[in-house]
Ligand binder design. Structure first.
Ligand code: ADP
Ligand code: ADP
Length: 242
């Protein structure tokens, strides 16, 4: 089963003096269960590609489909249904620091935090139990009632992963999930993403800028440079010098 399919995808932005081609003729398929690392320097088009898969950007040429659906031509209801199948992990974690860890995880099931003062009791008990189970899964059950901004970066990213899992996604999209973390935390977060992908049979697309991280954890590496695919290979076949 093909979960992600890009066919001749281009994305141009109007620049100050000339058009910027963030993506240019990008084609690849991702089969179910594969862990793809999207590798490239800053400005190579990695975030734009992830945003296309989530329907946050529209291609200016070509077609991108996720689970057979083209987000750029989907109606609101269809896009909402698609996004429920896609868990997103952010570089800056995307958490509300002043709220508890458990509230942040609960918000993954609803797509947002409840009102400013409502607190944890606003979430149904079943949801809170599910969130505690996800926190246990990422090794943070003991931190559930702490304020999120008291956690280390690596712990906060694990909260971000627990939150993404709340909607029981089939796909994980991760945008530079470890680029603000120290080496040890990076390793723990990558190991967790890879392990969850394997045990839950998730299809994972993860942007990275470090080659060794990609080679250690992914099944396949797709290299982007100035919006074009310059490498597409199983990690086992890539040497660090490629
Ligand atoms: P990466 O994630 O690899 O750093 P991006 O996808 O963020 O790359 O950006 C690719 C190129 O597209 C860059 O030149 C960037 O400046 C440009 N770009 C991205 N988003 C926009 C936007 N919303 N408006 C204008 N240019 C953009
Ligand atoms: P990243 O390293 O993840 O690409 P950036 O700082 O390049 O982060 O971009 C952050 C956000 O701003 C992204 O959503 C990207 O699409 C957007 N962006 C990047 N370049 C531009 C630009 N030149 N003009 C407007 N938005 C941009």
């Amino acid at each position: 089963e093909t979960v992600v399919r890009l066919t001749g995808v281009g994305k141009a932005f109007a620049g100050d003096t000339r058009e910027v081609r963030a993506l240019d003729g990008v084609s690849f398929d991702v089969p179910a269960g594969q862990f793809v690392a999207l590798l490239g320097p800053s400005g190579s088009g990695k975030s734009t590609l992830l945003q296309l898969l989530n329907g946050l950007q529209k291609p200016t040429s070509g077609v991108a489909t996720v689970l057979g659906v083209d987000p750029s031509s989907s109606g609101k209801a269809e896009l909402r249904a698609l996004r429920r199948q896609v868990g997103f992990i952010f570089q800056d974690f995307g958490l509300v620091g002043m709220r508890s860890v458990l509230e942040n995880v609960c918000s993954g099931a609803l797509g947002r935090l409840r009102g400013p003062r409502s607190g944890l009791l606003m979430y149904p008990r079943g949801l809170r139990e599910q969130a505690l189970a996800q926190l246990d899964r990422v090794g943070l059950a003991d931190q559930a009632f702490q304020r999120t901004d008291t956690l280390s970066g690596g712990q906060q990213q694990r909260v971000g992963i627990a939150r993404a899992l709340m909607q029981r996604p089939r796909i994980l999209l991760a945008d530079e999930p470890v680029s603000s973390l120290d080496p040890l935390s990076s390793q723990q977060v990558m190991e967790l993403i890879a392990d969850i992908g394997r045990t839950e049979s998730l299809t994972t697309v993860c942007t990275l800028h470090q080659v060794d991280t990609a080679l250690t954890w992914a099944d396949r590496v797709i290299g982007l440079n100035t919006g074009r695919v310059v490498l597409d290979s199983p990690t086992a076949d890539v040497r660090d010098t490629d």
